[in-house]
Write a protein that binds this ligand. Sequence first.
Ligand code: PEP
Ligand code: MG
Length: 322
Amino acid sequence: EQEKRKRLINEPSVSKDGKSVELAANIGSVKDVDGVLNNGAEGVGLYRTEFLYMERDQLPTEEEQFDAYKAVVEKLDGKPVVIRTLDIGGDKELPYLDLPSELNPFLGFRAIRLCLENEALFRTQLRALVRASAYGNLKVMFPMVATLEEFRAAKALIVEEQEKLRAEGISFDESMEVGIMVEIPSTAVIAKQFAKEVDFFSIGTNDLIQYTLAADRMSEKVSYLYQPYHPAILQLVKNVINASHAEGKWTGMCGEMAGEKTAIPLLLGLGLDEFSMSASSVLQAREQLLGLDSKKCEALATQALTCTTQEEVEALVNEAIR
Ligand code: PEP
Ligand code: MG
């Protein structure tokens, strides 16, 4: 099957009736880039930078980070690369950072919250990112954004680092996009307000599902409540996509859901612009996309939004793709 799909490596990602989307891949390091290119992905939709920080006993320097980001964007050769700033805390620990022990780490001091409080750490990463933007199509994305103040504060640090680099005569991409992950319900709900200020959204369903249904993504006991196809999730996804399009912005998805066979018709129907998944799923997704009719998927999504349970949504979609 996968061998047969290899012929799709250089095919465009387009539905039967001509609607184009971007099929991108998620990576954790420059080592994953060959897999991205060999599987025909059109970009990197999520580069999780925490691994740069995790496999060691002290913070990575600006130079080390610059080298890593530059290597990835250069290998992608002009294709878009969305790099997520440090998303540590929650389930991911850093032994050399003295993080508080909390009762609910997934609701605690992590990601953008931690970066905004450790400004030196954050500025080092932002400076490395801005410098690397000179070498390809780099976009910066902040994780776990819950309020507009967080986005504004983080964006202001980027602008300050850009001003410093400009004064030093160091070149960078002046039109680098800065976006956010939508993985907290508050942000999905007021996507309209966010859309005026961010350049793009990428929906992180792995976290968005756990926060929307209040079901820990690591807990076996409540895994039955971890429901990607719950109508509430579809409603939030739709709200984010529509809000971005109303402002001429784009929306991607980089949670596991983006590569699922049942999700792809719904997401195409809701108007998702970019699907980012594990590289090994890209060709399968392209094969499925080539057989889909976007107008039928729109009708399917509209109907799915009226369903009352995940079970109903899944039954509806599975019947449609059978
Ligand atoms: C997500 O939450 O959907 C996501 C892509 O981020 P992570 O899985 O790294 O939390
Ligand atoms: Mg997440």
